[in-house]
Design a protein around this ligand. Structure first.
Ligand SMILES: Nc1ncnc2c1ncn2[C@@H]1O[C@H](COP(=O)(O)OP(=O)(O)OP(=O)(O)O)[C@@H](O)[C@H]1O
Length: 265
C-alpha cells in the first residue's frame, strides 16, 4: 500500500495578483514549514482563493514567487508540480459522468505514463483513500448523485491519492457537518504533509492550525500562532465584529465567542 509522501516547505514570497488592473493580492508573503498546517483566514473577497489558485499555478501572479522545497513552481513541469502539490477547490463540478472511485483515480494521473492508464495498484490506493474519508461504500456511486459534503470528501480522497507533499485546500469544510469537519481537519493536521487551507470558521482554524495568516483587502494583516493572531482587536479591525477570545481549558486552544451586532430598526 502507498505511503503519503512527507511534506516540503512552501514559501509564498511577495505575491501580487491583479484582475483588469486592480490588485486583488498585494505582496502576500507566508512560509509554511515542512509538515505545518497554515490557515488562511479573512473576509469574503479578501483574496484567499486567489492565493490558493496562485499556489497551484492556476493563476500566474504579476509579481513574487511561490517556492516548494527549493523549486520555484513557475519553472516546474506541470506533471512534476502535480506530483508535489494537490489543490482541492470549492464546489468542483464536472460534466462527465464519473463514479466516486473514478474521481479519486484522477489523482493518480500524474503518476502514470501516458499509455499506461490506471493499474491495480492505483485502484488499491484510490480505494484506500476513499476508505480514509469514509466513502468506500459509495465508490461506485455517480459523482452527480453524491451530496455536497460527500463530493467534498471524495475530492479530498482524490488529493490524497495524488500523494503530494503540499496540500492546498479551499474551504474544505464548507459542506461538511460538524463531525465530518472535525474529522477532516484532524486528518489533515496529522497527515505529515504541508497543508495550507482557506477557512471561514475561525474556531476550527484556531483548533487545528499551528499558524494563521489573515488577509484583508489583498494584504496580509497579521500572521502567527492562532493565540497571537485572533485577538478581539483584529476581529474588530478585519471583520468589524465584536468578540471575546479565551483559551479553552480542555483543548488549550483559543476559542472565540461572538456577540450579535447592533441592528437598527
Ligand atoms: N477571475 C477573476 N476576475 C476578476 N476578479 C476576480 C477574479 N477572481 C477573483 N476576483 C476578485 O478578487 C477578489 C478576491 O477574490 P477571492 O475569490 O480570492 O476571495 P476569497 O477571500 O476567496 O473570498 P470568499 O471568502 O468569498 O471565498 C474578489 O473581489 C473577486 O471578485
Amino acid at each position: 500500500m502507498s505511503h503519503l509522501a512527507t511534506g516540503e516547505p512552501l514559501s509564498v514570497q511577495e505575491v501580487t495578483v491583479s484582475f483588469s488592473g486592480s490588485a486583488v493580492l498585494q505582496g502576500a508573503t507566508v512560509l509554511v514549514p515542512e509538515g505545518g498546517f497554515t490557515g488562511i483566514i479573512g473576509p469574503n473577497g479578501s483574496g484567499k482563493s486567489t492565493l490558493l489558485r496562485s499556489i497551484a499555478r492556476l493563476l500566474a501572479p504579476d509579481g513574487g514567487a511561490i517556492v516548494i522545497g527549493d523549486d520555484d513552481i513557475a519553472r516546474l513541469p506541470r506533471r512534476e508540480l502535480a506530483r508535489r502539490l494537490a489543490l482541492v477547490e470549492q464546489n468542483v463540478t464536472t460534466d462527465i459522468d464519473l463514479t466516486a472511485l473514478q474521481v479519486v483515480l484522477l489523482g493518480r494521473i500524474p503518476h502514470q505514463s501516458a499509455w499506461q492508464g490506471s493499474s491495480e495498484v492505483d485502484r488499491a490506493i484510490a480505494l484506500h483513500h476513499l476508505e480514509k474519508v469514509g466513502m468506500a461504500d459509495k465508490a461506485d456511486r455517480s459523482w452527480h448523485r453524491l451530496s455536497g459534503g460527500e463530493q467534498q470528501r471524495v475530492q479530498l480522497a482524490r488529493a490524497f491519492a495524488q500523494e503530494p507533499t503540499v496540500l492546498a485546500l479551499d474551504e474544505p469544510t464548507n459542506h461538511l457537518d460538524i463531525a465530518h469537519a472535525l474529522q477532516l481537519l484532524a486528518t489533515v493536521q496529522h497527515i505529515g504533509l504541508t497543508v495550507v487551507a482557506a477557512l471561514h470558521d475561525l474556531n476550527l482554524a484556531a483548533m487545528f492550525c499551528d499558524h494563521l495568516m489573515v488577509l484583508h483587502e489583498g494584504r496580509v494583516m497579521s500572521s502567527g500562532a492562532p493565540e497571537e493572531v485572533l485577538t478581539p482587536e483584529l476581529l474588530r479591525a478585519v471583520y468589524g465584529v465584536e468578540a471575546s477570545v479565551e483559551p479553552n481549558p480542555i483543548t488549550g486552544r483559543v476559542a472565540i465567542s461572538f456577540y450579535p451586532p447592533t441592528v437598527s430598526h
